[in-house]
Design a protein around this ligand. Structure first.
Ligand SMILES: [Zn+2]
Length: 275
């Protein structure tokens, strides 16, 4: 029984090069949520065509209300809305065999990476887990890893795909655009991007079936999470929470029993830090 979680974000969808395109209050957004749904469907189709038995999808961008349910492959099930217990990888604790990250982006501070950020571009300047720098790819892969789930596919720009390889090893990659800066890229048309994702998903399931998938990403426990904010007042607010240690002006640290607990704390601290 192969059950796949397709965890989707939006910044790594082909064509996306600006925040307006992933912002639900902007006119351009309607186009890009449709393209996001197309990328997700390509992964779902590839997974089923290669032998997956069940596919669930998690809508991980913003408030989790982006994927068009009416256009989603009818065999899949959609986790949407926020907050959900496991956020961008909601459902990974439901007996999932492997995860696919679709439409992902590189961590904050990376060069040549479309809309690079880690959770919040306005408040998070850096995240480390046991002194290892992490973005959303690493964070979500680590939560999957805690549940013994390997990440077997990533789609996004070339830099996001390289970041996934850095953490996960020989993950299947679907490069749908070549970033030439934070807000400029050479993009594949949707039909080509989706074919690339479909092919990578098929290969990923093929390797899962023959036991050649990457290992789940694991961290030693307890885990120490370090968080650097953009401004010191954000750290002032986050440091109100008991158990949080102030390291310096913009930096805090906390120790958690395991990765999911650190992930929950991180999400709570980012909310708390908001002006
Ligand atoms: Zn996003």
């Amino acid at each position: 029984m192969i059950k796949i979680l397709v965890a989707a974000d939006m910044e790594g969808v082909s064509g996306v090069v600006h925040w307006d395109q992933v912002d639900s209050t902007h006119a351009e957004y309607a186009r890009f949520r449709k393209l996001m749904t197309g990328d997700v469907n390509a992964a779902v189709r590839g997974a089923y065509d290669a032998g997956a038995d069940e596919v669930i999808v998690a809508d991980g961008h913003g408030y989790g209300r982006n994927i068009l349910l009416e256009e989603l492959d009818s065999r899949a099930r959609l986790n949407c809305g926020t907050p959900s217990p496991l956020a961008m990888v909601q459902g990974v604790d439901s007996g999932v065999s492997a995860a696919m990250f679709v439409g992902y982006h590189a961590r904050v501070g990376t060069q040549n990476a479309i809309l690079e950020h880690t959770w919040s571009s306005s408040s998070v300047a850096g995240v480390w887990l046991n002194d290892r720098v992490l973005g959303e790819i690493g964070w979500n892969a680590a939560v999957c890893g805690h549940h013994n789930v390997p990440v077997i596919l990533i789609s996004g720009d070339q830099t996001a795909c390289a970041e996934a390889v850095e953490y996960i090893g020989a993950v299947e990659t679907a490069v749908v655009k070549q970033a030439r800066g934070r807000m400029a890229a050479e993009c594949l048309p949707p039909a080509v991007a989706q074919q690339t994702i479909y092919d990578a998903a098929r290969r990923a399931i093929g390797r899962l079936r023959t036991g050649e998938s990457p290992e789940p990403l694991r961290f030693e426990t307890p885990v120490t999470a370090t968080l650097e904010f953009v401004h010191s007042d954000m750290a002032d607010r986050a440091a109100i929470l008991p158990g949080v240690r102030r390291l310096e002006g913009k930096r805090i640290e906390m120790v958690a029993d395991d990765v999911p607990a650190a992930y929950r704390a991180f999400r709570a601290l980012v909310s708390l830090a908001r002006p």
